[in-house]
Every structure is written in C-alpha cells, then in structure tokens.
Design a protein around this ligand. Structure first.
Ligand code: GRF
Length: 202
C-alpha cells in the first residue's frame, strides 16, 4: 500500500516508518513526505532516502485551503493512506471525512488519557506510573478516533517531560510501523490489532 506521511518537525516517526517499509515483507511503501513547514528536518531525511517531498506553509491561508493543497500533493503521489507523524495541524472536517478509515495518527499518551498537547508533563504531574503511545484512526474529534494499538512505557521516579518523551519516542518507533503494516495488510480490524499490540507491550 502507498502511504503519504505528513510531518511538521523532526520526523523521526516518519523515518522509522520509512526504514520499516524497506524490511522484507513490509506491506507498505512511503510515496511522499509532506509538511506545512519547509524547514522540517524530516523532509531532508526523506529526500536523502529518495522519497518525494512536498512543503507548503499554512501561514496566511485558511485551514481548508491549506488542507486542499496538502491533499493535492497526496493525490499526485498516488497515496492510498495518510499517516500523520507529528503533523501539528488540526485538519478541516471535510478533509478528515474524505479520508475516513484511511488516515492514522500517533499520539504520545495512552489514549483516552491526555488528548492534545503536553502529554508527558500531564502524566508526570498526575503521578502516573505508566505512560505510552497510541496509534489511532483520525476522526473529527481530536485524538479520539478508534484506537488501533498502544505500547506502554514505565515512568521512572526521576523522569522529566524530556526523558519520558525520549523513551516514548523509542516505543513509538516500534509501534507505528507495526500497526501501519497490520492495518494496511489485514484491513480494518481494531480488536485484532489492539490485542496483538497490547501483547507486545509487556
Ligand atoms: C511524536 O511524539 C508523536 O506522538 C506526536 O508528535 C511527535 C512527533 O515526533 N504526534 P517526530 O517528529 O516523529 O520525531
């Protein structure tokens, strides 16, 4: 399956997906890395790996208009799925509806806990013992679409938002390719995915 990855920053999850896509038996390939930020470091990584890239700033235009520009790049690349990997934009409702069931996101918390931003600090402030990452289908409610897989990450007593986020990032790099691969190769089966990925978490 052909996948377009949308990023805003470093794109380490995009990079993890890219290398995973080159393993034997991978069921997906990355046909585009696109960003709302021309300076996103991940674009350079993609370029150097021979992946098509696209960038268009969202500044000075309305949301739906920017989404359309991004979407055109996705169509031009012939992508069947969109994967959001640190894409720091809320998408317009029409865009989300058009890609219903074909767009996944990774979020650095054990959803439904801590939707939105500052997840690591919020988990630490709450005194949680466990944090983690979630891959879910994108729906019009922020970080609330159907959960496809999660990995737990133990919180250490001396963790800061930075140290915790670094470890969660490592977990994300394992989880995301696994879930994307399963999703595109088996079709939509949330229960199956959830069980499988939870097993890996322990
Ligand atoms: C990840 O923690 C992801 O969960 C969140 O944004 C971050 C992106 O990191 N949505 P990177 O750009 O893939 O390194």
């Amino acid at each position: 399956s052909k996948i377009a990855v949308l990023i805003s920053g470093t794109g380490t999850n995009m990079t993890a997906l890219l290398y995973a896509s080159r393993l034997p038996n991978a069921a997906f390939e990355i046909v585009l890395a696109a960003s709302n930020n021309h300076d996103a470091a991940g674009l350079m990584t993609a370029k150097s790996e021979g992946i098509a890239t696209f960038a268009h700033s969202h500044k000075g235009m309305d949301r739906a208009e920017h989404d359309k520009i991004m979407e055109k790049a996705v169509f031009d690349a012939d992508a069947e799925y969109i994967v959001l990997a640190g894409y720091m934009r809320i998408l317009s409702a029409q865009f989300v509806e058009r890609w219903n069931g074909k767009m996944l996101n990774i979020h650095p918390s054990l959803l439904p806990k801590y939707r939105g931003l500052d997840t690591h600090k919020r988990a630490l402030d709450a005194g949680d013992k466990v944090a983690g990452a979630t891959v879910h289908i994108v729906s019009n409610e922020l970080d609330a679409g159907e959960i496809l897989g999660q990995l737990e990450v133990a919180i250490q007593p001396d963790d800061t938002p930075k140290t915790l986020s670094d470890r969660i990032r490592i977990a994300e790099h394992q989880l995301f390719p696994h879930v994307v691969n399963a999703y595109v190769s088996r079709g939509y089966s949330a229960d199956w995915l959830f069980d499988r990925v939870r097993t890996l978490a322990v």
